[in-house]
Design a protein around this ligand. Sequence first.
Ligand SMILES: [Zn+2]
Length: 102
Amino acid sequence: MPNLQRLRERAFVAQQGRCCYCGRAMWLQSPSELDLQPPRTMSRQCTAEHLIARHEGGRSTRENIAAACWLCNQRRHRRRRPLSPDAFRELVAERIAKGRWC
Ligand SMILES: [Zn+2]
């Protein structure tokens, strides 16, 4: 099993299957693990999140990999200047409170 996949699964288990940013349940092998309706099916897939991004020198190590849903992972790294993990978690919490994080 590739290292990154192993780290993702380890983080998934350690986080009880919850995204490190939005706290929502994710699926690991198949969307059928959760009762989801499209378009949420894709967005709740568990991904390996590099807390320090790869292009900033972050490596695929246990310390630098967390489990994040696809949506949070995409949105964090799509930003021109990605927020720190803590700042991004706060942003996601604010958006969820306003009903603006699907
Ligand atoms: Zn998430």
